[in-house]
Ligand binder design. Structure first.
Ligand SMILES: Cc1cc2nc3c(=O)[nH]c(=O)nc-3n(C[C@H](O)[C@H](O)[C@H](O)COP(=O)(O)O)c2cc1C
Length: 163
């Protein structure tokens, strides 16, 4: 049995192909109508404090992030439906990425650069949508910060995209 992570709905609730593609999986609403909060100062303090040194306040500040990272690492299949908003990803999707981007948990960094820490034969399906056209070689191509961002952020966790 695959453990699938389908973190969201499109913020406008119109980009819903994933629901039809994989109806048997549980959808975990993590953005769209159920956005996760933005990271804040206590979150940053907690993330950069070793777990054994965290005060109760810092533990609380990082609790949701820990849950989201655990959920992310436990998944075998990831489905992301991401529309383009102002040439990039919606802020609700970015808030989710900020919550799960944790050094030492899903990626590491050293003098060699970044190293993804997500292991195993995991599959990623990314469904993007936009109102305009940003094909390579066209005058609008350089405005596409959506797909390059998604590619980079998934590479960072060592998730190989195939679509
Ligand atoms: C706030 C907002 C900003 C948008 N910005 C862009 C944009 O910069 N470029 C573009 O091609 N489409 C843009 N769109 C159109 C969305 O990308 C398009 O509606 C979406 O991909 C389709 O998903 P939906 O059916 O869930 O709305 C924008 C839509 C909204 C609501």
């Amino acid at each position: 049995m695959l453990n699938a992570l389908f973190p969201g709905e499109s913020p406008t609730n119109l980009l819903q192909p994933g629901r039809k593609l994989i109806p048997k999986y549980t959808i975990l609403p993590r953005f769209g109508h159920h956005p996760v909060p933005n990271v804040d100062e206590p979150w940053v303090a907690a993330a950069f404090t070793p777990p054994q040194e965290r005060t109760p306040e810092l533990k609380e500040a990082i609790q949701l992030s820990d849950l989201l990272v655990d959920e992310f690492l436990a998944a075998d299949l990831y489905v992301f439906g991401v529309p383009m908003f102002n040439f990039s990803v919606p802020s609700t999707f970015k808030a989710y990425i900020d919550q799960i981007g944790r050094i030492g948990r899903n990626f590491a960094v050293d003098e060699q650069g970044f190293k993804g820490l997500v292991e195993g034969n995991k599959k990623v399906l990314v469904i993007t949508a936009c109102g305009g056209s940003f094909q390579p070689g066209t005058p609008t191509a350089s405005y596409d910060f959506q797909e390059p961002y998604l590619q980079g952020i998934l590479d960072l966790s060592a998730l190989q995209t195939s679509s």
